[in-house]
Structures are given as structure tokens and as C-alpha cells.
Design a protein around this ligand. Sequence first.
Ligand code: TXA
Ligand code: MG
Length: 318
Amino acid sequence: MTAPVAITPETIAEAARRLRAGGLIAFPTETVYGLGADATNGEAVARIFEAKGRPRFNPLIAHVPSLEEARRLAVFNADAEALARAFWPGPLTLVLPRRDDAGLSDLISAGLPTVAVRCPAHEVALAVIRAAGVPVAAPSANRSGQVSATTAAHVAADFGDAVDMILDGGPTPAGIESTIIGRHGAVPKLLRAGAVTRSEIEVLLGRPLVTQLAGGPAQAPGMLASHYAPRATMRLNAVEPVAGEAYLAFGDVPPGTTVILNLSPSRNLREAAANLFAHLRALDATGAATIAVAPVPEEGLGEAINDRLRRAAAPRPL
Ligand code: TXA
Ligand code: MG
């Protein structure tokens, strides 16, 4: 199994060298761990799909070190410029018309005329992308459809030898993926709720976002109904667990509950987002058949948390 390595100037340089040579490198971002490959190298990008067991119709995000680099890959309109200036580096992904002269592998867009771009804020992610000198295609570093990875140990458990190097930057601070904004005609559209809240974006744009409906048409091909799924079945909005269920609490814990983890005892949504995937993995590892989850308010980061919980609970493909 590929063991995680500590962050040093040498391991960053080694990761960049391996990326340029077509390798698969897992690295921390401020949201979740990413599984990176050189976005201009079709064979390297293909390895991401194989390692994750990801369907080829599900496109990847190109990670770049700056807005300037992003402009070389995609066409920015005024809204996109304003969003990038306000939230980059940071947990916001923009789906924009793709420039065909940018040298990106076709696989990264899965045949769409668009490309998703993001400039991450995590210093390790930025250092690796800068040192690599190429845009880095990176989905979340988990097996396709399963729970995202917020620690290097999660990545190692999911991928074994299928990844060439895992940079261990500790737990990722936000714990939930980037917010993805695309367009519906001229109107900005929320394709995935994430670490930047809807209201932060609406305040910046000065108008409401159109919302992608779960299971809707192909504009966000990865937004499948079932995603982020643990092995256990999930029961949402559970005020208390029934016998045999593992319980994921939010706030107060019902008396007498046995297997329990708390997203946030003080009902802090930022803390809950940071704990979400690690707690789901830990409760799944108890072997309980069902994970019951307390109600989480649909406000601020709660929109992204509830999106992940609903998809984790959705009926699964056979
Ligand atoms: O926080 C994040 O965004 C993390 C870190 C590693 O950066 N990455 C991440 O990647 O969550 P992934 O592949 O797990 O999710 C990216 C989502 C997928 O649902 C995919 O379908 C969507 O972005 N996507 C990528 N390119 C797209 C495009 N051109 N049009 C619409 N959706 C796109
Ligand atoms: Mg993912």
C-alpha cells in the first residue's frame, strides 16, 4: 500500500516530478483530498478514471495556480471574472466554455464543450500545482460514488497501490467539496452546493442563482442521485436512532444512544461540514447496517451538508 508522506520541499518536488511523468498524486486541498494527474496528459487522466472506477462521462476539475492560468483554459465572462476575483484562491469551481487550444486532454471534459476550473487555497495544493507547471485534473480522492476523503489515511484505505504518492497535509479544513457554478443561458446556476455558500455567491453577483435539480439533465453529469455512499444504508432526519443503528448526531444527543458520533455538539455548521465524511466513514466501519442522521438545518453550509446526506441516502445502482 502507498503510505502517506509528510509535506517537505522534497516531497512537493517529488510529487510535481511524478505528475509531469504521468503519475497519480493525492494531495490535500482546503475542501477534500484530490487525486491529481497532469490534465494535459490523456493517459495520466485515464488512470484517474481507472483508479476511482469512475464512469468516463463524468468530467473532472482542472486545478490551476491562478486566475491567469485559468483564463488560458477557459473563456471567462464578467460573472466568472467577478466570482474568481472574489473567491479564488478558494473552494469555488467554475464551469466555463473550454478553449480548445489549451492542450487539455479531451477526457477531462468527458466530451462537453465546457471545462471546470478551480484555483485551490490550500498551500500544499498550490505548491504542487505550481511546481508541476501543468494544470492538474483532480477529482475527490475516493472510490467513485463512495464517501469523500478528508484525511491521507482515507486515501490510502481507498486506493492501496493504485496511487503513486499521497501527500499527508492532515485533515482538510472545510471537509466538503467546492461549490460549482455553471450557466443556464446567461444566468449563473448552482451545479453543486459546497464550501462557499449560496448566499455568499448571490450577494457577490447581486442576484439569485438558478439551482440544478438532483437527478436533472446532463449539465452536471457527476451530480448523480446516488453519491458519497457508505456501505450502510442511511436514514435521514432521524430525531433518535432505533436499536442497532449507528447515530450521527447534530447538537444534543438523545439519552441512551450507543454508537454515536456528533457532527457538531454546538450545532456549528462549519464544524459539521469538516466532520461529515470522516464521521460517515467511522460509523460505517462499526459494521452497523444503518446510519441514522439527525436533522441538519438547510441554511448556509447546511445546504451542501444536506446535499451530500441526501445523495448518500439515495437508492443505489445495483
Ligand atoms: O472540492 C473539490 O471540488 C474537490 C477538490 C479535490 O478540488 N474536487 C472534486 O472533484 O470534488 P469531483 O470530481 O469529485 O467532483 C467534480 C464535479 C463532478 O460532479 C463533475 O461531474 C462536475 O464537477 N464537473 C466537472 N466538470 C464539469 C463540466 N465541464 N460540466 C459540468 N460539471 C462538471
Ligand atoms: Mg467527488
